[in-house]
Write a protein that binds this ligand. Structure first.
Ligand SMILES: Cc1cc2nc3c(=O)[nH]c(=O)nc-3n(C[C@H](O)[C@H](O)[C@H](O)COP(=O)(O)OP(=O)(O)OC[C@H]3O[C@@H](n4cnc5c(N)ncnc54)[C@H](O)[C@@H]3O)c2cc1C
Ligand code: FES
Ligand code: FES
Length: 511
């Protein structure tokens, strides 16, 4: 059985198909049709709902795509849909929730198909900030919502205006969640009792199962006895296989309820990120150590995707255009794999064998990603090339890491995505830079080794020639960005060169 709140009401489910998305459940089983289905692949945001999650004793509210997240992973959470925001049949303007009222007043809707999704993304923003957080935060919150007819200006205006109104509803939600926390604690206790009896919570539907192991031992035992079962974390990749390729899984094992996979820790050896932890729960802490990676993480999908997706899912999926892998490979990260036979740690660079083939054995799970401590004078430069800034997959991703001592580069690692069948190291480029002075000439000379490292494919995102050219150009960008950073920061080493007056997009969020 799983148990969760829907719009403040407790729901208990014992039977459903493991592949059932929240959106299908809401629209077909519950009759809540306010959340719309536009694309069923996480791209349009029409299905956006808000999930309340109890994290470290505090309820946190996040927007997610209901077409992707699976019902099984709602256990212990609070699902809030657009129906909850105003319950009256014919509400006056004042009786609407502040985000709805502001959308009406600012004319933020025309055909209305996208509107419930925008409302829910704005509602999550409203729940998370006590006052208008500024345009950059609004753009982040709405980056996963598409509107084809209204135009975004009125919606941006509504996002600002809603903070001038207060909502009774918000208080109600918090009160209910407080009571629900107590019920969740009771539930956890009863689950612990089940665990003592060696029972693993599961939802079944005929011969289909959705398992919710509560610790790593249970998870490994389950995988060993059900090798055909698939793991699921945020389902941002898996659900696309269901909805676009009809490749359903009869048995799913959720990795979201194992504390071992949901931790972020830092010690003298480096940073350790639980494989199932959603991006939005670790990126800020990670970027305290590696602020240069912030824009790359901010450009993974949309906020809805980052609120659900995990590093473990991205790495196991082994897409050649996944953005985290080039970053982690350049940072010399390793991954920890576990099965009932034991655990092993391997460098991430060696994990990818060929197109979507990895070293992961049938009975293994990715437990954590370990990133070594930042080296003294380590420089990091991250670049994602895609057709749009928000919510778009990379054509090319390049991450360069090196130590800079007396203007000489050491320990150079250059990792790229979109250039081969797997994310991979550019060993010839790194070799050409190691021990060399950090200069435009040396970077450009190293870039000429691109063809020795990669022979990229042409596909819908980019031609092979474009990928090669843009990758080489990125070495110019690395130089100009780094040079302008040094000039902007008086404490840094001044370079003996003249920097042309060009404007670089160093920090997307500040635009
Ligand atoms: C609209 C959209 C936009 C996207 N944009 C980007 C983007 O810009 N950049 C980018 O890099 N990615 C992007 N993605 C891809 C996706 O969001 C990421 O790859 C995400 O990190 C996957 O994590 P998940 O938790 O959702 O994985 P899931 O979908 O839950 O799982 C993916 C695969 O990994 C396996 N798995 C999951 N966890 C584990 C584990 N711990 N051990 C072993 N196997 C495991 C599952 O069985 C499955 O095969 C996008 C996806 C969508 C739908
Ligand atoms: S229906 Fe388009 S994102 Fe879910
Ligand atoms: S109002 Fe028509 S799609 Fe946004």
């Amino acid at each position: 059985m799983i148990q969760f709140l829907v719009n403040n009401e407790m729901v208990q489910l014992t039977q459903f198909a493991p592949n059932l998305s929240i959106l299908d459940w809401l629209r077909t089983n519950v009759g809540k049709v306010g959340s719309k289905e536009g694309c069923a692949s996480g791209d349009c945001g029409a299905c956006t709902v808000v999930i309340g999650d109890l994290i470290d004793g505090q309820w946190q509210y996040k927007s997610i795509n209901a077409c992707l997240m699976l019902v099984g992973n709602l256990h212990g959470k609070h699902l809030i849909t657009v129906e909850a925001l105003t319950t009256k049949a014919n509400p006056s303007l004042e009786e609407l929730h502040p985000v709805q009222r502001a959308m009406v007043e600012c004319h933020g809707s025309q055909c209305g198909f996208c509107t419930p999704g925008f409302i829910m993304s704005l509602f999550a923003l409203y729940m998370n900030y006590s006052s208008y957080p500024g345009k950059a935060a609004v753009i982040q919150a709405l980056g996963g919502n598409l509107c084809r007819c209204t135009g975004y200006q009125p919606i941006l205006a509504a996002a600002e205006k809603c903070f001038s109104y207060t909502a009774e509803f918000t208080q109600n939600i918090s009160d209910k969640d407080h009571r629900f926390s107590q019920q969740v604690s009771a539930l956890t206790l009863s689950l612990e009792k089940d665990l003592a009896l060696n029972a693993i919570p599961a939802i079944e539907h005929g011969q289909q199962y959705f398992y919710l192991p509560q610790n790593l031992t249970q998870l490994c035992e389950l995988k060993a006895s059900h090798p055909e079962a698939k793991f699921v974390a945020g389902a941002t990749d898996l659900s696309v296989e269901f909805s676009q390729h009809l490749a359903y899984s009869e048995q799913l094992i959720s990795v979201r309820y194992c504390p071992e996979l949901m931790q972020f820790t830092q010690d003298e050896t480096g940073i350790h990120i639980g494989a199932a932890l959603p991006y939005s729960e670790f990126v800020d802490s990670f970027c305290e150590v590696y602020p240069e990676a912030h824009e790359l993480f901010e450009r993974i999908g949309s906020l809805q995707i980052r609120n659900a997706g995990s590093l473990g899912g991205s790495i196991a999926n082994a897409s050649p255009i996944g953005d985290p892998a080039p970053l982690l490979i350049a940072l010399d990260a390793s991954i920890e794999l576990q099965s009932i036979s034991g655990s092993r740690v391997i460098p991430l660079a060696e994990f990818f064998v060929d197109y979507r083939i990895t070293q992961l054995a049938d009975d293994e799970v990715i437990v954590a990603i370990h990133v070594p401590q930042r080296l003294p004078n380590q420089q990091l430069s991250c670049h994602k090339i895609s057709k749009r800034i928000e919510d778009d997959i990379s054509a090319v991703c390049l991450v360069l890491s090196y130590q800079l001592t007396d203007q000489t580069m050491h320990q150079v690692k250059c990792a790229m995505g979109g250039m081969a069948s797997t994310p991979a190291l550019a060993t010839n480029i790194a070799g050409a830079l190691n021990g060399k002075t950090f200069s435009l000439e040396n970077l450009q000379a190293a870039a000429q080794k691109m063809e020795e490292d990669f022979q990229p494919l042409s596909d819908v995102r980019a031609t092979s020639a474009y990928r090669l050219q843009v990758s080489k150009n990125l070495f110019d960008r690395i130089w100009y960005q780094s040079a302008s950073n040094m000039i902007l920061s008086p404490s840094s080493v001044e370079l003996n060169t003249t920097v042309p007056a060009i404007k670089t997009r160093i920090n997307h969020a500040s635009l």
